[in-house]
Write a protein that binds this ligand. Structure first.
Ligand SMILES: Nc1ncnc2c1ncn2[C@@H]1O[C@H](COP(=O)(O)OP(=O)(O)O)[C@@H](O)[C@H]1O
Ligand SMILES: [Mg+2]
Length: 495
């Protein structure tokens, strides 16, 4: 799923020459506490509730330009990015909404954090998780007496950096007032000295600490609210929980799930790697055995002189060096590099295929590599890219063996078209059944139940290509077999 499909557009933008007041009207129309300011369709700033609250605090004239109080460093993101990417992006930048732009860099919509709830896979967080499990340690809830004015409430929110307060009557919670409520009132020219009781939301939607998080989410959605009051079993208010708080937490849970999956994948890859090492060492090990046998028989036949010995030692040392180098290759491959670097795609493909070369030779699988004429430079993560190539070649090898193909072969071809680097990985194993071709990139999808497939190879390959290298990966069936196509942007990638 791409971000464009879940974005809101209507009423989420306004010309950047508009007044603060007009902007507030838009915010109320779209129901979110934000509006994007645009100039000739391009986003120039974003205005949120807190900007407005600040302005009101400073007694600013609301007929002034909205731009003057807005945040001008707008973080934008391409509308074609996958939803998955948004999760990490939001929390990385600690923001609640994504401003989407199209390829012309024009504003094309806003994705709210709440919309992403629908895309959280259920298996990534615990079904039996309760509200109390996701609460912070030091909780507080701010209350204000029913006799207070709207202005008092606003001041309290500002002072404590909170988005809402509860209204109490003695020990009873009788209402809740949020920043958003106050903004609405401003729009209606309501005097901030008025009493809060007339404008607070009531009754207060409550959950107890032992409510399931999932139930909390569905309550928030059903009632179309942003916050619920959490109480203990004696009905004392504990804290106000916002959908943002829940999101932040579930993001964490999701990451835990992702971490486990990565571990699972690494373990499986490690197993495959050991298989490849075994193949690479088979020959030098046999040769090394031969060296010793030669020495042994030379001694027996009294032919062992210094020259002979030196020659054989040199022979053996070379073999050991070769073996040690292959181990080094594998090790380098596994060391994750967190920094982006410029790498050359053809070279990367060569080093990745070196690792599996001996295995392919052992199985009589022919590997053809067609490099692009020009060098294909790319800014990104070479190890991750190699991982993808290795996954694809491994899959091709598996299917070629499984179907016992006569003269099995794998072709990797790199091409450069305009600013794009295209990499094709083809085999002649007969292709992928149409019934499953749409599922092969899904997490845990595998047809290798007997042979211990994990169903993670292609899922992770797609994550790497889309989220780390900002490219695309697709699959189709050619005349001989499957064709995996990777599309990358040359040199730089743009967020
Ligand atoms: N080159 C290919 N030809 C035919 N089927 C393939 C090919 N590559 C992958 N597949 C199918 O896609 C499935 C998922 O692959 P992957 O995600 O790597 O998981 P795994 O290799 O653990 O099964 C495989 O089980 C296989 O059915
Ligand atoms: Mg695989």
């Amino acid at each position: 799923m791409i971000l464009k499909k879940i974005a809101h557009y209507q009423d989420f933008f306004i010309d950047d020459r508009a007044s603060i007041k007009d902007a507030i009207v838009k915010m109320n129309l779209n129901g979110d506490g934000s509006v994007v300011l645009i100039d000739e369709n391009k986003p120039t700033a974003i205005l949120t509730q807190s900007n407005i609250i600040n302005a009101i605090e400073k007694n600013m004239d609301l007929s002034k330009k909205a731009y003057s109080i807005a945040t001008t460093s707008v973080i934008t993101i391409n509308e074609d990015r996958p939803v998955d990417f948004a999760f990490s992006f939001l929390s990385e930048h600690n923001i609640r909404r994504l401003v989407l732009i199209n390829e012309k860099e024009e504003f094309s919509g806003i994705v709210l954090q709440e919309s992403l709830f629908d895309y959280m896979e259920e298996n990534t967080y615990k079904i039996d998780l309760q509200i109390l499990h996701i609460l912070e340690k030091n909780l507080s809830v701010y209350s204000i007496d029913k006799s207070a004015s709207l202005y008092d409430a606003l001041e309290l929110m500002k002072e404590k950096h909170i988005g809402s307060v509860i209204v109490i009557n003695g020990k009873d919670t009788i209402g809740i007032l949020t920043e958003k409520d106050i903004l609405k009132l401003l729009c209606l020219d309501i005097d901030l000295d008025s009493n809060i009781q007339r404008y607070m939301s009531t009754p207060v939607i409550k959950v107890t600490k032992d409510t399931l998080v999932i139930q909390g989410i569905s309550l928030i959605r059903r009632k179309n609210i942003r916050r619920v009051l959490v109480t203990d079993t004696e009905d004392n208010p504990v804290t106000i929980l916002s959908s943002h708080d829940i999101f932040k937490h579930l993001k964490g849970k999701r990451q835990d799930g992702e971490y486990l999956m990565m571990q699972q994948f690494k373990l499986a890859t490690m197993g495959e790697m050991i298989g490849h090492i075994a193949h690479q060492w088979r020959q030098p090990l046999a040769q090394l055995g031969g060296v010793f046998m030669n020495l042994d028989s030379a001694y027996e036949f009294d032919e062992l002189n210094q020259n002979y010995l030196k020659d054989k030692v040199k022979n053996g040392t070379e073999l050991i060096e070769y073996m040690s180098n292959t181990i080094e290759d594998f090790r380098n491959f596994f060391v994750p590099k967190s920094n982006k670097e410029v790498f050359e795609v053809n070279e990367c493909i060569k080093s990745a295929t070196n690792i599996i070369q001996a295995t392919l030779v052992y199985h009589h699988i022919e590997l053809e590599i067609i490099t692009s004429e020009e060098p294909a430079h790319m800014n990104g993560y070479p190890n991750e890219f190699s991982q993808v190539i290795l996954n694809l070649v491994n899959n091709a090898k598996d299917i070629l063996l499984q179907r016992a193909i006569v003269s099995p072969s794998i072709t990797i071809e790199t091409m450069i078209k305009k600013n794009q680097i295209i990499i094709l990985v083809k085999d002649n194993a007969g292709g992928i059944d149409n019934a499953i071709i749409n599922k092969i990139f899904d997490i845990y999808f595998t047809t290798k139940s007997k042979d211990g497939g994990t169903g993670l190879g292609l899922y992770i390959s797609r994550l790497i290509i889309e989220n780390k290298l900002m490219g695309d990966i697709t699959v189709s069936n050619g005349t001989d077999g499957a064709i995996f196509s990777i599309y990358l942007n040359k040199n730089e990638f743009i967020l």
